[in-house]
Ligand binder design. Structure first.
Ligand code: HPA
Ligand code: ZN
Length: 333
């Protein structure tokens, strides 16, 4: 992979798990600060574990490593480190995912989690030139009641959030399980998105659209197996937040050259490129864009389209979207 970013076009990142930005070095620093025993003696041994056979094999390590996060300061530093790195990748607007349930089950108070993240996001524009928002993701392999409890607790706490999402182990946990939770979120005026069609079948994408009424599909690459679904996604211009390096590292596709991104663009789908869990999957947004640019010889016009799509697919207000489009136009020349 070349080290030159494709164009450093200004863009929005819409599919990014904050806990997936914990680099191995940070995990060791947090473990020391919080006096937590890690299973691995050093950074090299931990890094050697980053070979995944599927989504679950990644999730096992992802949840184990986030046990090093304890205090609001930890959450704020993690968030700020991501923003700093993302700014270098051209990100000018970020809508980031957070998994509160994964911290609550470890005995970390919701206030610590939400205060830390929201403090860092609150200064993202001033510090990094990135407008930002938080999407609370519900763990689909936990109960619907647990998701509802977290939603109610977040609403009661009053920390501003953009919306809710759905992540974790997909197969066996269809969107239909969370109809009431998403209805409640929509009734509160929150935006709604969901992971679907990563490892799960196209039927889960249909459910996310029809039952959860999501505004974006996270991943969604398996939609290509269902022509009727592709037609629907194209007709409604539903954004798909695609994460190429994630798909390769989680063996959803065999190699970057086999990624369906070109096919998705050719079908007229509203595709954006994102980094998912960059500390685990080999790179941030610029690395993902570089990987697909090089694998498919994408020309600058396609990269500009991806940048524009990301802004249009975001939940930024119209003024911010206009400013970002103007920045893209200037950068694209
Ligand atoms: N898929 C599902 N859940 C996740 C992911 C992912 O790629 N990353 C973090 N949680
Ligand atoms: Zn994801």
């Amino acid at each position: 992979m070349t080290s030159i970013p494709p164009t450093r076009l200004p863009c929005a990142e819409l599919h990014l798990h904050l806990e997936g930005t914990l680099e191995p070095e940070t995990i060791f620093a947090l473990a020391e600060r919080n006096r937590i025993d890690l299973e691995y003696p050093d950074v090299e041994t931990l890094s050697a574990q980053y070979e995944f056979s599927d989504l679950q094999s990644f999730l096992n390590l992802y949840y184990a490593n986030m046990a090093t996060l304890r205090t609001a300061v930890d959450f704020a530093e993690m968030t700020d480190a991501y923003l700093a790195r993302a700014a270098g990748a051209g990100v000018r607007h970020a809508e980031v995912f957070l998994d509160p349930q994964a911290h609550l089950v470890r005995g970390v108070a919701l206030e610590e989690v939400m205060d830390g993240v929201s403090t860092a996001l609150g200064s993202s524009m001033a510090t990094h030139g990135i407008s930002s928002g938080l999407i609370v993701t519900m763990l689909r392999d936990h109960t619907a009641q647990s998701a509802m409890d977290v939603l109610e607790a977040v609403l009661a706490l009053g920390t501003p959030i953009l919306g809710i999402g759905l992540d974790s182990a997909e197969v066996g946990h269809p969107p239909s399980k969370f109809v009431n939770v998403f209805a409640r979120a929509r009734a509160e005026g929150l935006h709604v998105v969901a992971h679907a069609g990563e490892e799960g079948p196209p039927a889960y994408v249909w459910e996310a659209l029809d039952l959860l009424q999501v505004e974006r599909i996270d991943h969604g690459i398996r939609c290509l197996e269902d022509d009727g679904l592709v037609e629907r996604l194209v007709a409604e211009r539903i954004p798909l937040t695609v994460c190429p390096l994630s798909n390769v590292r989680l063996r959803v596709v065999d190699e970057i050259g086999a990624h369906p991104l070109p096919a998705m663009l050719a079908r007229g789908l509203n595709v954006t490129v994102n980094s998912d869990d960059p500390a685990y999957f080999g790179g941030y947004l610029d690395d993902n864009l570089t990987a697909v640019r090089d694998a498919f010889d994408l020309d600058p016009a396609v990269l500009t389209t991806l940048a524009r799509n990301s802004v249009d697919a975001s939940f930024a207000d119209d003024a911010r979207k206009a400013a970002l489009h103007a920045e893209i136009a200037r950068a694209a020349g």
